[in-house]
Design a protein around this ligand. Structure first.
Ligand code: SF4
Length: 228
């Protein structure tokens, strides 16, 4: 097991090594390669998707298929690059036939790996991509209602966005995702200000629409926090 008392990049590499040989749940049986995640160990922003798809499973890297190409384009549209953020998934092994991850798989992979990755990276802003990572934090929240909102849970700033794969099938969702990415820098700035103890009524940058902000109480999401 990884020794957490090491350099953050080393600690993440050690976790990745643990993941690569993990057989803790049934998803290990059908995988080609596990997909631990990648990016900066000191990233301000951490993206959490659902689970690896075909190309991710083949390459052992997150978001490398068509949805990943779109994610790169969306990051580039706001002047960001994937090497500056951290990208991972709720489960690290591909579910067979791209089925949804099951609750026991999500619980196990989170407790073994995702929680440790979050603790090491300690991002200012967590971006959930799709409903699975959102509902780990807010079990009763719907993605259609929460997307584009800056939510807070036990001090963690969370900005939900539809999964990029949704945009590959529905043009209307693509437009929403593009807009939510456009507002991402403003959401990060708000999260930074709140983390620094400032009020969260700071105006967004030029051309950016300030995202709506909800506290846990306002959003009615007083559920148990799973991720931390
Ligand atoms: S999905 Fe997570 S818990 Fe399950 S085998 Fe893969 S790494 Fe282990």
């Amino acid at each position: 097991m990884a020794d957490p008392a090491t350099d953050p990049a080393d600690a993440l590499r050690a976790i990745a090594s643990d993941i690569s040989t993990c057989t803790a749940c049934r998803l290990s049986e059908g995988r080609t390669r596990a997909v631990p995640g990648e990016g900066a160990s000191d990233a301000d922003v951490m993206f959490i998707g659902e689970g690896p798809g075909y190309y991710e499973d083949q390459q052992g890297r997150p978001f490398v298929g068509a949805a990943g190409k779109l994610l790169d384009e969306l990051l580039a549209s706001i002047g960001w690059d994937r090497k500056d953020v951290y990208i991972t998934n709720t489960v690290k092994c591909r579910p067979p036939n791209n089925r949804d991850p099951r609750d026991d798989e999500l619980d196990l992979c989170e407790s073994l790996y995702l929680r440790r990755q979050l603790e090491i990276i300690n991002p200012t802003l967590l971006v959930t991509l799709g409903r699975f990572s959102l509902t780990r934090l807010f079990p009763r929240q719907s993605i259609s209602r929460a997307r584009g909102q800056l939510l807070y849970k036990d001090g963690l700033a969370v900005y939900p966005i539809y999964h990029p794969a949704a945009a590959l099938h529905q043009q209307q969702w693509r437009e929403i995702i593009v807009q939510d990415f456009k507002n991402l820098p403003a959401a990060l700035e708000q999260a930074r200000l709140r983390a620094a103890g400032a009020h969260d009524d700071h105006p967004p940058g030029p051309g950016a629409q300030e995202p709506a902000s909800q506290t846990e109480g306002q959003s009615g999401c007083g559920e148990q926090l799973n991720l931390l």
